[in-house]
Design a protein around this ligand. Structure first.
Ligand SMILES: Nc1ncnc2c1ncn2[C@@H]1O[C@H](COP(=O)(O)OP(=O)(O)OP(=O)(O)O)[C@@H](O)[C@H]1O
Length: 289
């Protein structure tokens, strides 16, 4: 990995890390005295599409922030392409990793095109004049997210879902090898939820995305990670992870699961009037463990 070499740091020699794009070992993060994440261990292989699940406050955004270097882990280490994250030069890491966040920043009247062009920055500089080829890349990305017709509109005037799609176009233009998305579908209607996730999958790069919609994650992800109270409690294929006991214990819901008729991963049907059955369902699950 040439750009990583530019970071002027020694790669780890641990053989268990070789071949993994991202490796997280014993990661913990705390703010003040409050421990938010502890003992997190997992890895991402090249090209995997991995969903990060967990109830509100479980620590999903905090973990993603550690991975895109907004937070420094308090304990443990993150390796990207075998090299500790904290040894990367910021720009070298930005060339590799694109981030799409749940809350859209204000771009102070920049047009949609201007915002997508910001995706070129990690590979160029602010003084750089956009070439014809780059303009075509921007147009292509806007076409992929069905936003070309709003290319000249001010970004701040877009709807929440439109903004999200433009930010994904910016990430496409960045040409990352890892895409981190924090609730990328939270503002999207159901058609665009499916389209945007399919689009992210079609890029062929590694994606780690947090979700609240468990059925969407089940349908679209190769692997799921589940956080609960800042700890990783499950890591595996959707049909290994999404079980009645886990849904009861981690998410506090009573649900039935069956293979989805189209893709075969679990289809979850929630029980809306059965809070009183929750405990017995969790107990049942424990009995099956
Ligand atoms: N900078 C901070 N200072 C204090 N507490 C924080 C900070 N950042 C996160 N937390 C706390 O850490 C916990 C996890 O927050 P985080 O946003 O990571 O959860 P989440 O799983 O992404 O939640 P949600 O699904 O609601 O977005 C929460 O209790 C939150 O209040």
């Amino acid at each position: 990995m040439q750009r990583a070499a530019q970071a002027n740091a020694t790669k780890t020699s641990d053989p268990s890390l070789s071949g993994q794009q991202l490796v997280v070992t014993d990661l913990g993060w705390q703010t003040g005295r409050k421990v938010i994440l502890s003992d997190i261990n997992f890895h991402l292989k090249q090209g995997e599409f991995v969903g990060l699940l967990g109830p509100n406050g479980a620590g999903k955004s905090s973990l993603l922030r550690c991975l895109y270097r907004y937070h420094s882990p308090t304990t443990g280490q993150v390796y990207y392409q075998g090299q500790p994250l904290d040894t990367y030069i910021q720009q070298a890491y930005a060339q590799q990793v694109a981030v799409v966040l749940q809350e859209s920043p204000s771009f102070f009247n920049l047009s949609v095109t201007d915002v997508v062009e910001l995706g070129l920055l990690p590979r160029t500089s602010i003084w750089h004049r956009t070439s014809l080829n780059e303009q075509q890349q921007v147009q292509q990305a806007l076409t992929q997210v069905a936003m070309l017709d709003k290319a000249k509109q001010s970004f701040d005037s877009l709807s929440g879902g439109e903004k999200q799609r433009v930010l994904i176009a910016r990430a496409i233009v960045q040409q990352p090898s890892l895409l981190i998305m924090d609730e990328p579908t939270s503002h999207l209607d159901v058609k665009y939820q499916i389209q945007i996730i399919n689009l992210a999958k079609s890029l062929g790069i590694t994606v780690l995305a947090s979700f609240h919609d468990l059925n969407l994650a089940s349908a679209m992800c190769d692997r799921l990670l589940v956080l609960s109270n800042g700890e990783l409690v499950a890591d595996g294929a959707p049909n290994q992870v999404l079980t009645q006991p886990l849904l009861a214990k981690v998410f506090g819901v009573n649900a039935q699961l069956q293979p989805h008729p189209e893709h075969g991963s679990p289809l979850i049907t929630y029980h809306y009037r059965s809070e009183n059955k929750l405990e017995s369902s969790a107990e049942q699950g424990a009995a099956h463990d």
